[in-house]
Design a protein around this ligand. Structure first.
Ligand SMILES: [Zn+2]
Length: 211
């Protein structure tokens, strides 16, 4: 067992396959809208969910599993982990894994750190838990973007085989207010119509890794 977990920003394949990933959910409205869209089009995505949201929205997680999407671990509380003790980091990850397993998630559960931030102290914890850390090569900054065209242009600018696109199907502002994710939904609607014309197909993160 190494001291360093494996970090993946993009999967090095030559085929035109990309992964749509969604952080911070599920959300009772926005996520359901995405799931309906994906079902209609036969698309599989990867959702990095928090333990707190899993506890609130168990039915949506069950539907994600039934629909064939991949579930990833985005910590329990979505607190920034960089100044947390190793024991606390481990607890955040294991608690969320446990909740996912309890709802029926099988196979490897990958990890994405809240805010994409980790310090060296977290590396050994992640390596000991055998976690792959899934980052991204296409940041869309959709969490602070209201115009779907801007989100799309950021994706089109960087897209290439094996890309991992990060989007948000939920999110909570510092004030505790829910963030409106309509721009993300609208961008995804357009993306799943346009990307196939550019010959890209959608896969889950694990499908890209195992390709
Ligand atoms: Zn997040």
């Amino acid at each position: 067992m190494g001291v360093f977990p494996k970090f993946i920003f993009r999967v090095r394949i030559k085929e035109n396959l990309v992964a749509l990933t969604f952080d911070d959910g599920p959300h009772p409205e926005f996520t359901k809208e995405l799931l309906d869209l994906f079902k209609e089009r036969g698309i599989k995505a990867t959702f990095f969910v928090t333990g707190e949201k899993i506890e609130k929205h168990r039915e949506i997680i069950k539907r994600m599993i039934a629909d064939g999407h991949e579930l990833g671990n985005h910590s329990y509380s979505h607190k920034n982990l960089i100044f947390k003790k190793k024991s606390k980091i481990k607890e955040e990850i294991q608690k969320t894994d446990y909740l996912l397993r309890d709802l029926g998630v099988k196979g490897e559960i990958h990890f994405r750190p809240p805010y994409g931030r980790l310090l060296f102290s977290a590396f050994a914890v992640l390596a000991s838990l055998n976690k792959k850390v899934i980052m991204w090569n296409i940041p869309t900054k959709d969490y602070k973007e209201r115009d779907p065209k801007v989100i799309l242009s950021r994706i089109y600018k960087r897209i290439k085989p094996g890309s991992i696109i990060v989007l948000h199907d939920s999110g909570i502002e510092r004030t505790g207010k829910e963030i409106d994710r309509q721009a993300t939904i609208d961008a995804v609607k357009e993306l799943i119509n346009e990307l196939p014309k550019k010959v890209y197909k959608f896969r889950t993160v694990s499908e890209l890794i195992d390709y």
